[in-house]
Design a protein around this ligand. Structure first.
Ligand SMILES: [Zn+2]
Length: 325
C-alpha cells in the first residue's frame, strides 16, 4: 500500500540535476578517486574529523559507515548510513555503490549489498528499497516486500518514503546530496525512512512520513525520535531564484526565510536543507531534543561520500538502512 499526499506544487519541474555547481569551489576531478583501492588508505579524515560531532564512524569488516547515537540509544533498531569505503565497485562508483541503475556492474553491487547486510547483521533478503522520484509518497512495507529492489524487482514505483512495524525488515533509501530522514516511533515500535531532496523538503516529506506512520500504526509525533542524515550543507548548496521562491512561499514562520536562505546576489542563494527539514519535523510535532541533525556534508567530503554536485553527476549511490530488531 502506498500512501500518497497532495504536493505543495505538482507543476514544478525543478530537478536537482539542473542546479548549478557552486562557483567558488574548485572544480571536481574524477581522477581523485579513479583507482579502486580501499579508499581508507588514501582518504585523509582530517577535514572530516572536526565536523564529526554528531554521528559515529564505525568500521566493520573493512566497510565504514555512519550511525546516529540518538537512534542507537533507543535499542529498537539497527541502522547505518553508508560511505564510499569498503565496497568492490570501481572508477566513479568506487567503491561502495548501492545503485543498480547508474551503470555499475551488477555483480559488484550485489557484493556491496552483501557487505552492507553483514555490517547490519541481516540478510540481503531482509532489505526493501525505495523507488525515488522526488515524490512524498510513502509505502507501508510488509513481509511480502522482503528483498524487493535487491534480489527481486520492485512491483511499485514513485515511492520516496518507506515505513514498517515488521521486525527484521530493513528499509533502504538512497542518496548523493539529498537528505535522508530517519524515524523511530518508540511507543508503537514502528520505523520510517524518507528521501527528502529540495522538492521533498518544500513539500514537507518529513510531515508526510509522520502522517503515513500515524495512519498505519497510530504513531504520534511526540513518541518519535528522528534523524536528519548526511547530505549537502548550506555552504555547498547554491540554488536559483525559483527554488528560493518555493521555500519563501512554504516557510513563512518567524525568521524562517532568514534561517534558510542566504542571498548571494545575482539571483543565487544558499539553501539550508538541514534546518528546513528540522523545521518541518518540529512543526509536525517532533520534540526538538529528539531530532539529531547531521553535520557531515556529502559535497564537502566527495572522497568519503558520493555527491552529485561535487562529481557533476558521475557517482554511485549511498544508502540509508534501518530495521526493527
Ligand atoms: Zn558542504
Amino acid at each position: 500500500m502506498t500512501i500518497k499526499r497532495k504536493l505543495f506544487n505538482d507543476k514544478t519541474s525543478y530537478n536537482i540535476d539542473n542546479i548549478n555547481m557552486p562557483q567558488d569551489k574548485d572544480s571536481f576531478s574524477t581522477d581523485e578517486y579513479s583507482s579502486n583501492s580501499p579508499v581508507t588508505d588514501d582518504y585523509s579524515p582530517d577535514g572530516l574529523n572536526k565536523n564529526m560531532l554528531r554521528m559515529k564512524r564505525n568500521i566493520s569488516k573493512d566497510i565504514e559507515y555512519l550511525t546516529f547515537p540518538l537512534l542507537e540509544e533507543t535499542h529498537l533498531v539497527r541502522h547505518l548510513f553508508s560511505t564510499r569505503l569498503g565496497g568492490v565497485s570501481k572508477g566513479i562508483f568506487s567503491s561502495m555503490n548501492l545503485s543498480y541503475t547508474r551503470g555499475d556492474d551488477k555483480e559488484a553491487v550485489d557484493e556491496n549489498y552483501r557487505r552492507i547486510a553483514g555490517a547490519l547483521g541481516c540478510e540481503v533478503t531482509d532489505i526493501v528499497c525505495s523507488d525515488q522520484t522526488h515524490t512524498t509518497n510513502v509505502r507501508v512495507v510488509d513481509e511480502k516486500d522482503r528483498g524487493k529492489g535487491v534480489l527481486y524487482p520492485k512491483d511499485y514505483t514513485d515511492v520516496d518514503g518507506l515505513i514498517t512495524n515488521v521486525r527484521g525488515i530493513v528499509l533502504a533509501t538512497f542518496y548523493a546530496d539529498c537528505v535522508p530522514l530517519f524515524f523511530i516511533d518508540t511507543k508503537n515500535k514502528a520505523i520510517g525512512l524518507s528521501h527528502s531532496g529540495w522538492r521533498g523538503t518544500v513539500n514537507r516529506m518529513g510531515a508526510a512520513t509522520l502522517e503515513a506512520m500515524n495512519e498505519a500504526f497510530g504513531t504520534m509525533p511526540e513518541d518519535v525520535c528522528a534523524a536528519i542524515g548526511p547530505s549537502i550543507c548550506r555552504d555547498c548548496y547554491e540554488v536559483s531564484e525559483d527554488v528560493a521562491e518555493a521555500f519563501r512561499q512554504e516557510f513563512k514562520g518567524l525568521g524562517q526565510e532568514k534561517e534558510l536562505l542566504v542571498d548571494k546576489g545575482f539571483g543565487k542563494y544558499y539553501l539550508d536543507l538541514w534546518r528546513a527539514n528540522q523545521i518541518v519535523l518540529e512543526e509536525a510535532g517532533v520534540s526538538p531534543d529528539k531530532i539529531q541533525v547531521t553535520d557531515i556534508c556529502t559535497c564537502c567530503n566527495p572522497s568519503y561520500l558520493f555527491s552529485h554536485r561535487a562529481s557533476q553527476g558521475k557517482r554511485g549511490n549511498l544508502g540509508a538502512f534501518m530495521g526493527l530488531v
